[in-house]
Design a protein around this ligand. Structure first.
Ligand code: AMP
Ligand code: ZN
Length: 141
């Protein structure tokens, strides 16, 4: 049984206690759609085991998250026709971290898109997020 924190939002998503559009999962990781997407297809990869940030995550989990992030990036490139991908991890509040369970942002980029860092999070359209998540799930390999 992985370490969990009863007060942690992403632990609750991993445990299925709060809803999320899950795109993929494996023994060590879960990938799901961000509800405030910076671009179409913005997703997060988290370790199942709770770790606060980059400084705390176990090396095996970090490796598993990186590999799942690469698979998701390849899927977004092929399926959503993303022209580029940003992989972003924020470690610490001063580096923009707001949820303190390690996560890797997989942000598809499109030629000429207006995204600039740091982006200002805002709620996405849930139907469109779910539909894009289904597309990624279907083609994830
Ligand atoms: P960070 O600011 O790097 O810690 O990123 C946290 C991310 O989690 C933000 O992009 C949020 O939009 C996202 N987020 C927060 N709550 C949820 C949720 N319930 N489901 C999916 N994504 C979430
Ligand atoms: Zn957690």
């Amino acid at each position: 049984m992985s370490a969990t924190d009863p007060d942690c939002l992403f632990c609750k998503i991993v445990a299925g206690e709060i809803p999320a559009t899950i795109v993929a999962s494996d023994e060590r990781t879960v990938s799901f759609m961000d509800i405030n997407p910076a671009t179409r297809g913005h997703a997060l990869v988290v370790p199942r085991a709770h770790a606060r940030d980059l400084l705390e995550i176990a090396p095996e989990d970090l490796a598993a998250v990186a590999l799942a992030g690469q698979r998701l990036a390849r899927t977004a490139h092929a399926t959503l026709e993303a022209d580029g991908i940003n992989l972003i991890n924020s470690c610490g509040a001063d580096a923009w971290q707001t949820v303190f369970h390690f996560h890797l942002h997989v942000i598809p980029r499109y030629e000429g898109d207006p995204l600039r860092l740091p982006w200002t999070p805002g709620p996405g359209d849930m139907d469109s997020i779910r539909a894009t998540g289904e597309q990624l799930k279907e083609h994830y390999s």
